[in-house]
Write a protein that binds this ligand. Sequence first.
Ligand SMILES: Cc1cc2nc3c(=O)[nH]c(=O)nc-3n(C[C@H](O)[C@H](O)[C@H](O)COP(=O)(O)OP(=O)(O)OC[C@H]3O[C@@H](n4cnc5c(N)ncnc54)[C@H](O)[C@@H]3O)c2cc1C
Length: 454
Amino acid sequence: MSQTTKDNINYKDFIFDTAVIGAGPAGLSAAIRARFIKSHGAYPMSAIVFDSSETAGGLANFGGSKLTGPSFQLERGELVSKLLKDIQLFDIPIISQKVTEIKKSRRAGEEFIIKAATGAGAASYRAKSVIMATGMRPLSNELQYYNKGVEITYMGYDFINKMISGFINDAARNDKKFIIYGNKYSLNLINFVLSAINGLKVDFNKISPLFLINADDKDIQKITAGKVFKKYSFLFSFGKIIKFSGAARLESITVESNGELRHENVDRVLLDYNSFELAPDFKIKIQPAAAIFTPAGFIKTDAGAGTKIKGLYAAGDICGPYYSVSRAMASGITAAFSAYEFVMREKKHVKNFSMFAYKASDFTPGTDYREISVDLNVDKIAVLSQSRKIKKVLAPELKNTAAADFNKLLDFFSIYRVVDINDFNKISKLFNIPLIELSRLVEFMIEEKLAGLY
Ligand SMILES: Cc1cc2nc3c(=O)[nH]c(=O)nc-3n(C[C@H](O)[C@H](O)[C@H](O)COP(=O)(O)OP(=O)(O)OC[C@H]3O[C@@H](n4cnc5c(N)ncnc54)[C@H](O)[C@@H]3O)c2cc1C
């Protein structure tokens, strides 16, 4: 994963066209599409991606998540590696930090401020649009222990019933600690738990607490007031898992509760995704506070993945059912198209931008018609790719330029550098390249997705 420090690039200084929160199938697809839009005749957007986990791919990294049809399947890892290949191709940075707040700033021309991480590592980034693709919950490092102590509920209740019974049996017989981690809806599993305990004749004390519930005060009050909780309160504990630890297998978890951290020795955790499918764990503070959520806490979107906050889009599991990789990817792509339209029309005031191969317009294009054009007098150009890629593209174009001059020229085109008319004038004089020629070069770089309008 790209880090803030890699390549010495300070992403905080750059205003991205779109910031994508979440590097699952929805977020990765959105970021790639924002940059690609279409292969020919479209400005690429600059994109940055954030993920709370060190590993990009979201739930698509876990065994059960496959892109399937009745007669084909893309296995876990396969899909993610294809997406990450494109992320790399486009030099899209992925920042391994948890986003905590998204604020629409009035002072900075209505840009979004994205606050990530807390404490010493806390940082702010800026973007003209935001795509929320946070899935059902922020991941930390559970992938490292997947099938080595971390399990996930899937394949429906028949299967979950069998899993719970097997895990309780193993815990009781082998003196291991097993917990089910979910939210208030994990109480729906109580009958499976009771029938396993009773059927296996396990001592309640030996396996309690069995549930770890990620709930805030409001939910805790509701849960503790309920009949089930009152009868079986010894089975429940509260807190949020923020880290999984162990040498070869899971040995312990770090749990946060009311701002305090505690460590618990645990051999097996069943992540109850059925409960997160009913209520996602979404804790990003959004300002201005707007009615963008459903009562269960999912983000409400229109057909274009837009929310009630202009410039803020959402895609994938955070928008509620149906949960699938294909839907996550499709909605991520939709969100990117909508963000593109918003940024080009409202932020960059581009009149003729084109998102589809054949513009559905009833008009006769002139002989000099171009879908995109670059006017060096008005536009600032943002370099979006590394200079070695720029070099590959520019070299054939500037084959008559001396090597030393060519290298000097590359300094103007280093990644996330904004090149404006002053730079173009300098380049023009230094290398004796007419501005019109430079304009053609920049158009070429835009076609190659190496640069975009700033
Ligand atoms: C066990 C299981 C089996 C499944 N099997 C299938 C299947 O076979 N086929 C299928 O099509 N679908 C399957 N699914 C569903 C599929 O995995 C999801 O629908 C899909 O991964 C959703 O993609 P997403 O990008 O919306 O969310 P996710 O894949 O959940 O990705 C969201 C990302 O956002 C990050 N994030 C969250 N909050 C923050 C934050 N505050 N800051 C930074 N990052 C954050 C998370 O760490 C995560 O990486 C399965 C799901 C599960 C749980």
